[in-house]
Design a protein around this ligand. Structure first.
Ligand code: COI
Length: 356
């Protein structure tokens, strides 16, 4: 396997024999789990050093009932994608950024974490072992889900004595059931997503279950998802359950600044840089919920959602529709620039893609 580092043990014989093709309806991929062939797993013990990672057949893992992750939520996850180029080769998009964000989260959660090199190497191995599951160009991508968890047993509240780093993969298409059509959001007033000083700014597993109540209510009322406000003033935009938010007015693009309660999205950062390179003014600042009422366009960004146009937002019972519910010009432009780069259809002047 190209790219295998000497510190990572893996038995490649099994997957080299795997048939290259897979029976899947590539035209109808959504964001649901499609189990693939292999997962990557690496542990570290009390010395905090990760070593001896390996590829294993995808399947259940053994975990102590007293593990830190099960009892105290000491866990982080990441999400990144591998794309197939038209020549058949595979591109990763900014995997080092996910590695760095996991390290930042690990610091906040008192966890040991793999080095950037170990993380990226593990991602490459996982993709190569599951390469038959990378969709054809333009049909989707292979979503990689790195997990870091306190796997050691303990009883009192304290950092786990052992950590497990794991990556599994699933081919995916569009995140929202609307496909690439605009989504309808509702602003949540009762259940804030994150509080100052908390873990909203890192990808802690515990950030996601608390949004489900608001999300369930929203879906029952016909909305696609929920847009959260800051918990202090209930006035400024934060993010949607699984993505960041952008607002466009008079060709100026604004997005909430990163201030500890908002996830520093890698797609968010990339879209800001792409939009600036295309000549747009982009402001990272406190964006008031009132600004939604007269915005020209709103869109969401994230690894899973890519760039998703927003057709309407409902705030305190008032529904605002954008661009007659169509896809806004700015979101179309940044979506196209980003995805062409990710799929290797445009020259990568940013140096963001990694061929494996
Ligand atoms: C991603 O976009 O990769 C995420 O982590 C969102 C996830 C909760 C689906």
């Amino acid at each position: 396997v190209s790219g295998a580092s000497s510190t990572i043990q893996c038995d490649t014989s099994a997957y080299e024999e795997a048939v290259e093709t897979v029976e899947l309806d590539w035209d109808n991929l959504g964001f649901t789990l499609v189990p693939t062939d292999y997962m990557y797993i690496m542990k570290c013990s009390e010395d905090g050093i990760f070593s001896e990672g390996e590829l294993r057949r995808y399947g259940p893992i053994e975990l102590s009932p007293a593990s830190g992750v099960l009892n105290y939520g000491q866990g982080l996850f990441e999400g990144l994608k591998a794309y197939r180029k038209e020549d058949g080769s595979i591109l990763l998009f900014r995997p080092q950024e996910n590695a760095l964000r996991m390290r930042m989260g690990a610091e906040r959660m008192c966890m040991a974490s793999p080095s950037v090199e170990q993380f990226v190497e593990a991602v490459k191995l996982t993709v190569l072992a599951n390469k038959r599951w990378v969709p054809p160009t333009g049909k989707g991508s292979l979503y990689l889900r790195p997990l870091l968890m306190g796997s050691g047993a303990l009883l009192g509240v304290s950092p786990s004595p052992e950590y497990t780093f794991l990556i599994y993969a699933s081919p995916v298409g569009n995140y929202f059931k609307e496909g690439s059509a605009p989504i309808n959001l509702v602003v949540e007033n009762d259940y804030p997503r994150a509080a100052p000083g908390g873990t909203g700014g890192v990808k802690a597993i515990g950030n996601y279950a608390p949004v489900m109540k608001a999300q369930k209510k929203a879906k029952e009322n016909g909305y696609s998802d929920v847009l959260y406000l800051d918990s202090t003033h209930k006035k400024y935009l934060e993010e949607v359950s699984a993505c960041n938010i952008f607002v466009v007015k008079d060709k100026i693009i604004s997005t909430p600044e990163i201030k500890g309660t908002i996830l520093p999205g890698i797609t968010r950062r990339s879209v800001i840089d792409i939009a600036r390179a295309q000549g747009y003014q982009v402001e990272e600042r406190a964006v008031s919920v009132e600004e939604l009422l007269d915005a020209d366009e709103v869109f969401c960004t994230g690894t899973a959602v890519v760039v998703s146009p927003v057709g309407s937002i409902t705030y305190l019972g008032r529904r605002v529709e954008y661009e007659s519910k169509g896809v806004g010009a700015v979101s179309r432009e940044v979506y196209s620039a980003l995805t062409r780069l990710q799929m290797g259809l445009a020259e990568d002047k940013m140096g963001w893609t990694m061929q494996i």
